[in-house]
Design a protein around this ligand. Structure first.
Ligand code: NAI
Ligand code: MG
Length: 359
């Protein structure tokens, strides 16, 4: 038996989620097999998602959170299918896990790979690499509000969708961003809000961030409005290192970042419960991609990069580095799925990455 066995709950869910989770598992199992018994992964797969909803009326079991609680980590695919309204599938599974396990920090690296053409010409001769840190427990996705508040009936409905900002929530994500920046070559935090227009919650965010910044005199700080930041992603990306933003803003900015790097299929993410009271969850940024699902076309790099973030979380940093190097070697060799201009299938990319691991 291995010296250390990590237990992982796999939740592939829907569409390409099942394809990319299979890909990530294959890479991690290859790594464990090559570790000479130093570590192993013990997988348990859960069948939840939209298919499960169609059969049972539930996105996950009622006691599903209890079933997940004891695992070292959760490896998630993507949830959503045209047969189920998106707000039901997302809230019923992914957001339910994130919120109940207090996975309040969502780390989303924007990484540019060799051999993948970026729409950003600068990427050819400038090293670009930044991380989006998303506040993952409150903000615009707090689920606060209601419908039919006026009681005036059809044609006159009123709905409120309220953003929640707490000083504690702002403070912990700010500290998280500064700690992350300290460990990077470029020690800089860019904070994103829209505090000129949203004068309550986002001003609290700005003020809290400035206060926390005083504890990190070695880290450069800037505060940028979200519209200006979206322009900056395109025009001055070399100026970015850690970008910290609210739930909604960071969700949008991280899709923009991965598109600049070449495809949504490349982007990895970690939903962390930094106190480790609950399991953290690792998943690609993309959704279930119904337009390409089931045809072996899914780019597995986002999911495999997420598995590398899981290795970091387990304290296996050297192994995480090996997986990232194997991804780089694969893209540099031109083994690419169609979304990044190649002809390779999901399985070809996985085979190449596993091959690079052992070379
Ligand atoms: P999506 O991310 O599934 O797809 C957007 C575009 O990117 C599509 O053209 C798709 O083909 C492409 N794409 C995505 N992943 C890819 C991959 N691995 N390789 C190659 N191309 C890839 O977003 P969309 O279409 O808005 O949503 C589809 C469903 O996914 C919806 O039900 C939505 O609610 C759900 N969703 C779930 C998320 C999650 O579970 N974390 C996140 C985003 C969306
Ligand atoms: Mg998103």
């Amino acid at each position: 038996p291995a010296a250390h066995t990590f237990t992982i709950a796999a939740v592939p869910a829907d569409g390409v989620g099942t394809e990319v989770v299979t890909a990530g598992r294959a890479v991690l199992d290859a790594l464990a097999a090559a570790s000479g018994g130093a570590f192993a992964f013990d997988w348990t797969e859960f069948p939840w998602g939209c298919g499960y909803y169609e059969r049972t009326g539930r996105m996950m079991d009622d006691d599903g959170l209890d079933a997940l609680k004891g695992f070292d980590a959760i490896y998630f695919g993507a949830v959503g299918w045209p047969s189920v309204p998106d707000h039901i599938s997302l809230w019923g599974l992914r957001l339910r896990i994130c919120q109940n396990f207090d996975q309040w920090a969502n780390v989303r690296p924007v990484h540019f790979h060799p051999g993948i053409t970026s729409p950003l010409r600068k990427a050819d001769d400038t090293p670009l690499d930044w991380v989006v840190v998303r506040e993952n427990s409150e903000g615009e996705y707090a689920g606060l509000g209601g419908r039919n508040l006026s009681g005036r009936g059809p044609g006159n409905e009123v709905a409120l969708q309220t953003a929640l900002f707490t000083e504690k929530g702002c403070e912990r994500i700010a500290r998280f961003a500064f700690e992350l920046a300290r460990g990077r070559e470029r020690k800089k935090v860019s904070s994103v809000t829209k505090s000129n227009a949203q004068q309550y919650g986002m001003v609290l965010w700005d003020e809290t961030l400035s206060r926390v910044a005083r504890d990190y005199p070695d880290v450069e700080t800037e505060s940028v409005l979200v519209d200006a930041m979206s322009a900056k992603f395109v025009l001055r990306p070399e100026d970015l290192s850690v970008v910290v933003a609210s739930n909604l803003h960071a969700d949008i900015l991280s899709d923009l970042g991965s598109a600049l790097a070449g495809s949504l299929g490349l982007a990895a993410s970690a939903n962390l419960n930094p106190e480790r009271r609950f399991p953290s969850m690792f998943e690609p940024v993309h959704g279930s991609a119904p337009d390409i699902a089931g045809r072996g076309l899914a780019n597995p790099i986002g999911a495999i990069g997420s598995a590398a973030l899981m290795l970091d979380h387990f304290g296996l940093s050297a192994e995480a580095g090996r997986v990232r190097a194997a991804i780089e070697a694969t893209t540099a060799a031109g083994v690419l799925t169609p979304d990044v201009g190649g002809k390779a299938k999901t399985g070809d990319v996985v085979a190449s990455i596993i091959d690079q691991l052992s070379s």
